[in-house]
Write a protein that binds this ligand. Structure first.
Ligand code: PLP
Length: 427
């Protein structure tokens, strides 16, 4: 695939490029294993001396074609598919850190990522300091430690919808000799390519817009190839010193700019095994083909819906960075000039019960725990994701009793607005 191709073309054409007589459509290599003629041929694969497939837990041709497409979309050098976004975010940290290390993370990240970094990796001996992403660079600078190995944030946070100042975060990370990892799930590379603003590694829950049809859970890690691991060799021994479990290979020496993804594949996939199924990768690829069309429609619909909600007497607030006056409007213009995403949140005046009545009155907008689907969906955090919290805890988490998360789909915008209007009439 030529680098000069534009994003829409990459979405349709990159990854699988059939030769004479091969299938036009990316085949699903539904095979756990791959055949060789000689002992030595397969031995060279195990020694990482030749490239090739031998077992799908490590690599599979369908997955690799889709990973190559996502790498091209993000402008990275290599990518790896994982079984979920959670696995992608875990692997990224596990590939850089060991017990005794520390990371810095935006406090506004998705709840699953928050738990993973606040509790689960802590049990493995890796500490995380959460920062308010809107704090000044000086304040955030103060939380770095000698053992800090990475900084993490989300382009548009789920569900807080804060926009990350990627430039501020990458400058801080690089000042301390560590990479910036950006979860780009909500923006997708159609609306933001974090590498262009200094991020080093990007992760995705491909479950969301990339798939776009609520069909397949999946994740992806993309490496820009820009971070100079050898310049900070003492911080990243896993990449810069011999891996005795792979015949003493030094990833940075043997694989150069592909060191990070090769290590994640050779070590983490081998040992932890959260590979994406080839069937899911195939479905993801179908989703990717229409990603630019869908993102444009999600954004234009979300803007119209946000403007409608903003004019309603019964609505207390609307969070949508495409809306003039939104706290993140300027940052969104800088990092996502063509639009942010289809997810917005809004607060109804009144009680939790009023919000429940509104939710139950919706006909077109469906109540599901998902976002970023072609179909419009809603969730009431106080009843669903944050149900266990009391009123005070809800306030601390920034969730009001009347707050509703709305993932605007690609239906006709007026039909979505009509449904919201009739439900508002019943509150
Ligand atoms: N990152 C973000 C921004 C998310 O919104 C989610 C899920 O909602 C995840 C990661 C986790 O992804 P998955 O559900 O595919 O494991």
């Amino acid at each position: 695939m030529e680098r000069s191709h534009r994003l829409d073309t990459i979405c349709v054409q990159a990854g699988w490029q059939p030769k004479k007589g091969e299938p036009r459509v990316l085949p699903i290599y539904q095979s756990t294993t791959f055949k060789y003629d000689t002992t030595d041929e397969m031995g060279r694969l195990f020694a990482l001396e030749d490239e090739g497939y031998f077992y799908t837990r490590l690599q599979n041709p369908t997955n690799d074609a889709v990973a190559a497409k996502i790498a091209a979309l993000e402008g990275g050098v290599a990518a790896m598919l994982t079984s979920s976004g959670q696995a992608a975010n875990f692997y990224t940290i596990a590939n850089l850190c060991q017990a005794g290390d520390h990371i810095v993370c935006s406090a506004k990240v998705y709840g699953g990522t928050f738990n993973l970094y606040a509790a689960t990796i802590k049990k493995l001996g890796i500490d995380c300091t959460f920062v308010d992403p809107d704090d000044s660079a000086d304040v955030i600078d103060g939380v770095f430690q000698e053992n800090t190995k990475a900084v993490v944030g989300e382009t548009i946070a789920n569900p807080a919808l804060t926009v990350l100042d990627i430039g501020k975060f990458s400058a801080l990370a690089h000042k301390h000799g560590v990479p910036l990892i950006v979860d780009n799930t909500f923006a997708t590379p159609v609306n933001c390519r974090p590498f262009e603003f200094g991020a080093d590694i990007v992760t995705h829950s491909t479950t969301k817009y990339m798939d776009g049809h609520a069909m397949a859970v999946g994740g992806c890690i993309v490496d820009s190839g820009n971070f100079d691991w050898e310049a900070y060799a003492d911080k990243f021994p896993g990449l810069t010193t011999p891996d005795e479990t792979y015949h003493g290979v030094v990833y940075t020496k043997q694989f150069g700019k592909k060191a990070f993804i090769t290590k994640a594949t050779a070590q983490l996939m081998r040992d932890l095994g959260s590979i994406q199924s080839p069937m899911n990768a195939f479905l993801l690829n179908v989703g990717l083909e229409t990603l630019p069309l869908r993102m444009e429609k999600h954004c234009s619909n979300a803007k119209k819906v946000a403007e409608f909600l903003n004019d309603q007497e019964k609505v207390e607030f609307v969070n949508c960075a495409m809306l003039k006056g939104d706290r993140y409007y300027d940052l969104a213009r800088k990092y996502m000039p063509d639009g942010t995403c289809g997810v917005l949140s809004f607060g109804l005046k009144g009680t939790k019960e009023d919000a429940v009545r509104f939710m139950d009155a919706l006909k077109l907008c469906a109540i599901v725990t998902h976002v970023a689907d072609a179909r419009t969906c809603v969730l009431h955090p106080a009843s669903h994701t944050h149900r266990q919290m009391n009123e005070e805890q809800l306030r601390e988490a920034g969730v009001t009793p009347g707050m509703i998360r709305l993932s605007v789909g690609i239906e006709h915008p007026q039909d979505i607005i009509d449904d919201l209007a009739q439900a508002l009439d019943q509150v």
